[in-house]
Design a protein around this ligand. Sequence first.
Ligand code: BES
Ligand code: ZN
Length: 647
Amino acid sequence: MRSPMRSTAAVLAILLSTTACATMDAQTPAAAQAERLVAPILTTPDAVDSATFAQPQVARVTHVDLDLALDFERKRVAGTATLDILAREDAAQIVLDSNGLVIDRVTDGQGRALPFEVGPRVDGKGEPVTVSLRTDDGQARQIVIHYAANPQADALQWLASEQTAGGEHPFLFSQGQAILNRSWIPTQDSPGIRQTWRARITAPEPLDVVMSGVAQGDPETLGNDENGQGRRAFTFVMDKPVPPYLIAIAAGDIDFRAIGPRTGVWAEPDMLDRAHHEVADTEDMVEEAEKLYGPYRWGRYDMIVLPPAFPYGGMENPVMTFLTPTFIAGDRSLTGLVAHELAHSWSGNLVTNAVWGDGWLNEGVTSYFENRIVEEIYGETRARQEAALDYMAILETLDEVGRDAPGTALHHPEGTDSAGSAIVYNKGAAFLRTLESKVGRERFDAWLRQWFDNHAFQPATSNMIYEDMRTNLARNAAEAERLMLREWIFEPGLPANVAKPDPAAFAAVDSASAAYAASGTIPAAQTWRGWTSAERQRFLRQVPRDRTAQQLAALDRQLGLAATGNNEELFLWLDLALANRYAPAVPQAESFLAEVGRAKFVRPLFGTLAEEGDWGAAIAKRIYAETRPGYHAVTRGSVDKVLGWEE
Ligand code: BES
Ligand code: ZN
């Protein structure tokens, strides 16, 4: 659905110049209706996104209509993007984000050429595209960009058929977060500028296309293209305003299988059985999530299990979560990932960080919510163990960077970085867990639910949630003090009132770890198999880092580490082995790195090798020269840094 343009000056003034909250009250009925269709933007200084070239207060995109063809031979996405624009009356131009887009021409809705200019490139940010809005009879309300994405577009990964499970057809997927979508979609690529969208995508048969929008009926069969290949057109609609990093596409030889009435999974045919079995709890998860924090507002919740090159564990693309196949262990032990991506349907997709420096509003809140879903589906024991594992990661990061390092605060002022995912994800979750334990579940849950309801489809900042907690969670100023809200959000380190993880969560495994450290006694194979994955990961993390080859061989023999089908555990084993220059593990590390592109595994393994002198550096170099071309730009970028690699 296209969002109709409203042109009254009153509506423009409200939409362009006031904050989300302020617009709620003083509205005419017409303005109220316009607001349902065009999400408000924030204008406070803490909501100004330094990663975009856009000037949304002057002119902003409200709707994106893509008409694109996928060309697997040339690794090209090309066609048009038609943008609906809401502009101040005196606005002469609109500024968009680009990263390497090849723009042929820009016209208004009537096909009249509009002058445009591509500005100088800024590293990591791309280049601004400034389009004149002046037409003979006033201001363009719609612009049409005729363009192609660069074959090297950072968001897109074109997989050769060898990189798929089926081995016969190529594959394409995108990864938009955080600022990669500007490499294939010319729009304002900022999380605070929400846009509805629609897309018509053509692809060669027999490939199917999925997107993070609702598919409109069956694909339309077209004639043969210039390669003599039949083509089909797929149409998708997202009628809810979303931040543009959530626009996503995947195309390949994929099939679908339903889970429940509103859930299902896509995967390559060879993967579909295993994928379907692993995510069978998803319908129940959606139900539990709704009981916790209110209605699931996106219609269907489907997932696609991608080839192993996907650079993340998962990505919360609306109505179509993207997943790595590496979470499939056969026993659903790593499905916290699914709970996590589902939880983003509230924290992240419904209420979105206005700037990336407030990423904890997406990831920290989601990690907390994830753990609540895990508790409902898999029980308290597993939930507590996973929370305790997360807490361990916070302490490791604080030890590493220091408790007063500014990057350990949840809120990062624009231009500064967090000390890593243990802060954004785990400290964020620990904050909410602390609040829950202080005020009680009932009050906490009511508060979080109203936060989602009152900010649905809108951006948010640390200051906003801080004020909201003071007003709607704390009963009075004294309680707000006691909860240490300001310290948690704005100060480094770990506030004194932190709710510690349940000491019983890992009682068994911790005594086994102590026994191993003291006398080298390895847990019995049967004990090991009886542990949860969180317990096994805890044990592996607690193995003293310096091991001899004999000690490693003994661990592997007794626990079957190299043969595990659980990739989180395999990763910990390979990392430990490489850190000790354990030659028998090198071939397996090499094949793992050749197949898996998930940055969370790949970057640390290369990092560990890089720390192992000439031995490790030589192996890292040899492997990376082979595997680098098969990695997504996200993974390539992070490994390049670790290895000091230059193209
Ligand atoms: N939204 C993130 C992935 C992401 C974060 C992409 C920041 C780009 C920038 C996704 O929801 C996520 O957190 N994935 C984790 C899942 C895990 C915490 C369960 C991952 O990929 O490992
Ligand atoms: Zn996440």
